[in-house]
Design a protein around this ligand. Structure first.
Ligand code: GAF
Length: 364
């Protein structure tokens, strides 16, 4: 299915934006904390052309036959609903009186904790920056893409996924301070060290517009309020233990310890030592997400446990939680055995090796 076949004209260009795997730092982004994602080779491609009839028309190669079409003037949060809302939520932030045609072709598994939605919003945001607003900075684009998710689709996410998709560079992890928005590219060549980062998608999908993610966000705000700090970034290991409420105390403990784990992993990766040393830190991140933040699932716990038993250096769930994927740090030589070990009966999990890939850019 091509743009010409759907819309009868050529696109003005094609823009690519990747999904991501987060090495460490989960749910820290909306607590003003640190994150360390890599871009995946999986991506969304947005073919885009401006129109003259005032309509927004959105098609997807993955949803043949379902072109969503409505007047630009009628775009509202929730209208259109579903996957087209991610595109609409970006389009409505630009001055597009004539309307827009968009064909999305994505291969980031959806609901897998690998940022399929950010790959879509970021590819369209970059297209509209190039066509209409060359003055927008990468940080502005992160905010455009985030607003589409937060304000249009209704998923109360932070900026991890959009920053990863727009700012990551091939061969590097992106160290981002979500408070001051400063970034550092951290070289990450696991293959050279004889290692691989295996992604295991359990196929149990999640949606951040559902309740669990928003609940955690609220609990973090309540924990910060209990401590009298602007955000949990400002809490300390000692201060969180003074929170009287058991649930809020554990939520805050996860954020404080995961921020520390991001700093620790960055130090280990930049210190010239053996990258195997990050394995136990990743596993500690999983234990924290499982026990303190309570967003893992039995399937993800089983992947982590079986991977470690099969010889992996470390493993943890990634992304927003309540389903999705795990990452596993493994010797290249053990890849096959560990990949087989994590599969449930029937072998239904999708697996691939995550190679730190390029961030969003124009491809045609
Ligand atoms: C989801 C959200 F979109 C991100 O903002 C982030 O909070 C992540 O979950 C958890 O780290 O991907």
């Amino acid at each position: 299915m091509t743009f010409e076949e759907v819309f009868g004209t050529a696109p003005e260009g094609v823009w690519l934006a990747p999904g991501r795997a987060n090495v460490i730092g989960e749910h820290t982004d909306y607590n003003d904390g640190y994150v360390l994602p890599i871009a995946l080779p999986h991506r969304a491609l947005a073919s885009v052309a401006r129109r003259t009839d005032g309509m927004l028309a959105v098609a997807s190669v993955q949803q043949p036959g379902a072109v969503v079409e409505l007047p630009m003037a009628e775009l509202r949060p929730g209208n259109p609903a579903g996957w087209a809302g991610y595109v609409a939520g970006v389009a409505e932030q630009f001055d597009l009186p004539g309307g827009l045609s968009v064909l999305v072709d994505g291969n980031v598994p959806s609901g897998a904790g690998l940022s399929s939605s950010a790959s879509v919003t970021c590819s369209v945001a970059l297209a509209l920056r190039d066509l209409l607003r060359p003055d927008l900075t990468p940080t502005d684009l992160v905010d455009v893409a985030r607003r589409s998710e937060n304000d249009f689709v209704g998923a109360p996410t932070g900026i991890l996924d959009q920053s990863a998709s727009l700012l990551c560079e091939a061969g590097h992890a992106l160290f981002l301070d979500t408070r001051d928005r400063s970034t550092r590219q951290v070289p990450l060549d696991l293959a050279a060290a004889g290692l691989a980062l295996l992604v295991v998608d359990t196929g149990h999908t999640h949606s951040h517009a559902d309740g669990g993610y928003g609940d955690r966000r609220r609990e973090c705000e309540q924990a910060a309020a209990a401590l009298g700090v602007p955000a949990l970034r400002d809490a300390t290991p000692g201060s969180v233990e003074t929170i009287a409420d058991d649930v809020l105390r554990r939520r805050a403990r996860h954020i404080v310890t995961d921020n520390a784990r991001v700093l620790q992993v960055v130090e280990l990766l930049t210190g010239g030592g053996d990258p195997r040393a990050i394995g136990p830190v990743l596993t500690a991140g999983h234990v924290s997400l499982r026990d303190d933040f309570e967003i893992s699932t039995p399937e993800l716990d089983a992947v982590v446990d079986t991977a470690l038993a099969a010889g992996a250096h470390g493993a943890r769930m990634v992304g927003g939680g309540f389903g999705g994927s795990a990452i596993v740090l493994v010797e290249t030589g053990d890849l096959e055995a560990v990949t087989a070990a994590v599969q449930p009966a029937g072998g239904s999990y999708r697996t691939f090796v995550a190679v730190p890939s390029t961030g969003a850019h124009r491809v045609a």
